[in-house]
Design a protein. Sequence first.
Length: 352
Amino acid sequence: MPSSSPKSTAVDAELRRLDVLLASAGLVRTPRGQAAARRAGLNLLRTPAEALHRPAPEPVVAANGVHWLAVPGWEKYRWLRAGFSTRKGGQSRAYTEGDAPGELNLGFTAEDPREVVLANRRLLAEAIAGSADLPLISLKQIHSGLVRRATAADAARALPLRADGHFTAEPGLLLAVQTADCIPILVADRKKKIISTFHAGWRGTVKRIVELGVGRLRMECGSRPEDLIAAIGPGAGPCCYAVGKEVIQEFTSQFAYAAELFHEVDNASPVRAQSPTFLNQRPPGHAPTGSLIHLDLIEANRRQLLDAGLKPRAVQIVGGCTNCRQDLFFSHRGSGGKAGRMMAVIGVVAEP
C-alpha cells in the first residue's frame, strides 16, 4: 500500500482538529460530494447529468383529454388496465398560470378543491380503465414498508388505509398510489390476475417496500415470481436526485450493491445550465456548485424486483424524470413543495 503524502496527512490532521472544535460546540461537519461517498465506502466516477437522463415516452391522449403513459406490451393482457398519469388533461387550476389549460392533479392538496380532484380521478379511471365509475382505491402514504390487501370495502372508506403498497385479487377495482417525485411501481401476476402497486421514495426503498410486496403476493396469493410482470413509472431520475450523507449511509448499510446506485454528478454540467427545471434544491450540507452525489431510485427498485425473483425482461422502466419535465409531470422538489400529485393505477376488468 502506498503511504499517504505529507499534504494529505496534513489535511487529515486539520480535518480532525476541525471535527474536535465542532464537537465542542455540539456540531458535526457534513461531508460534501465525493467526500461523503468515500466515507460511506464508495468510489464513484463523475458522470454528466445528461448521461443519466431517461426520456419520457410520448403520452397516450384519451378521448376525454387525459394524457397518460402506457406500459409497452401490456396491452396484450386484455383483462389488465394499467398506466401512469401526467399533469395534463384535467380540471385543476391550482398549479397553472394565466390561461393555461386545466391540469390533472389527483391528490387532495391544500391548494385544490376536493370536488375538482374527485372529478380528475374519474377522468383518469375513464381514460385508463374505460369507465369513470370504476372504484379507485388510494392510500394514506407514510414512506413505509407497509403493504395492505385491498378489498371492495376499502373503496367506501372515509379515510384511506395507511400504507405505501397494496394488492388485490378482486376484479373491478383500480389500485392507485400517488407520486410527485417518488417512484411508482406496478406489479401484476399474469396467470392469477392479481395486481399491486407501490410508492417508493428513498425511505420506502430502504425499507424494501417492493421486495416485501412481492413476498406478500407469494405467501398470501401463491404467486410465482416467474409469472410476475412489473413496470416502474416516472419519478425524480438519477440526473436530478441529489442526496446527502444520511441517504448514502442508509443505502450502503442495507444493500451490497449500493455503489451501483450512486453517481457523482457535476452540478455545473451544460444540461443544468440550459434547463431551469433541473433540481435546484440542495440537500443540507451541499454547496450550490460543484459535484453532488445522485441516487438512482429507479435502479434501486429494479434491483429489488430482481432480488424478489422477477426476470429482467419482465421489469419495464417506462421513463421520464419528474424534475426535468415539469411541463409534463408534477415535481415536489422542482416546484419548491407546491405541486399536485400524479397516480399510478392498475386494475382487473372483464375481458371484452
